[in-house]
Design a protein around this ligand. Structure first.
Ligand code: PLP
Length: 282
């Protein structure tokens, strides 16, 4: 298998970074995960745009043009013969003697990308997944797809220890997002999800869902919602690049919609599937 390291495609086993890479020492970098279906990237432009935005918001300028990077990623998919899976890509501020402040000399940002085969989560998509609730202890720039994921990791670990798929995070009484997903509720036919601000990551999957809702006349409210609304929702689901439109059928042991996947969630799964086919073929 092959990987991208600083603009070159090399053997995965040869892709090594220095111990003083600032990503390794400080989490000083940002990342993206791009879905690949049928050997084609899904919503590639949106991911690249977010990558550039995330990097820019911490003062890292990508040393490549969008088209260059896109071409490199396409080559990587072909070389690794990837059909269904993901591309993981990250950029760090680079290698410099350890010091919290940014290095002053000319330091070249370090870009790494590799692929991984991952099947679609068909079982979960069919029957839904279980979740727990946890306090959102993260920082106030969750809109940046930062390598610093400790808050997210601790939340996911809690879910994992309870045998659950995801942890739904609460900031005070408000639902923000999952540890690695956005959260949606459906009430009286209205699809409700947290507005995209600094409390959550603006999910690419979330944006696709909002777009198909708008295209198909499904009413949407992008706003903060509280724990009581989550508990009283008709349907609940989460979204992410790898989990797609994933029904949530249980929260802290309490069944949602009697434990069955709701009709609007099913409809959105269908519409999402159509998006995949349009972009990547079936
Ligand atoms: N929120 C967080 C914290 C995430 O880590 C992710 C993705 O992994 C998402 C939301 C969903 O974003 P996307 O749909 O772009 O994968």
């Amino acid at each position: 298998k092959f990987a991208i390291l600083n603009g070159e495609i090399i053997e995965r086993s040869q892709a090594k970074v220095d111990v003083e890479d600032r990503g390794y020492q400080f989490g000083d970098g940002v990342y993206e995960v791009i879905r690949v279906y049928n050997g084609k990237m899904f919503t590639a432009k949106e991911h690249l745009y977010r990558f550039v935005r995330s990097a820019d918001s911490i003062g890292i300028t990508l040393p490549y043009k969008d088209e260059q990077l896109l071409e490199l990623l396409e080559t990587l998919i072909v070389k690794n013969n990837l059909q269904t899976g993901i591309i993981y890509m990250q950029i760090t501020r680079g290698v410099a003697p350890r010091n919290h402040a940014f290095p002053t000399g000319k330091v070249i940002p370090a870009l790494v990308a590799y692929t991984k085969e991952i099947n679609r989560p068909v079982e979960g998509l069919k029957t839904g997944v279980t979740t727990i609730l946890t306090e959102d202890i993260r920082w106030l720039r969750c809109d940046i797809k930062s390598l610093n994921l400790l808050g997210n990791l601790l939340a996911k670990q809690k879910a994992s220890e309870k045998g659950c798929f995801e942890a739904i995070q609460l900031r005070g009484n408000d639902v923000t997002e999952g540890s690695s997903s956005n959260i949606f509720i459906v009430k009286n036919g209205v699809v409700i999800t947290h507005e995209s601000n600094h409390f959550i990551l603006k999910g690419i999957t979330k944006d696709v869902i909002l777009q198909v809702c708008s295209d198909n006349g499904l009413p949407v409210e992008e706003r903060t919602f509280c724990l009581a609304e989550l508990e009283q929702a008709d349907e609940v689901f989460l979204s992410s690049t790898t989990a797609e439109v994933m029904p949530i059928v249980e929260i802290e042991g309490n069944k949602v919609n009697g434990g069955a996947v709701g009709s609007i969630t099913r409809k959105l799964q269908e519409l999402f599937e159509q998006e995949i086919e349009t972009q990547c073929g079936s």
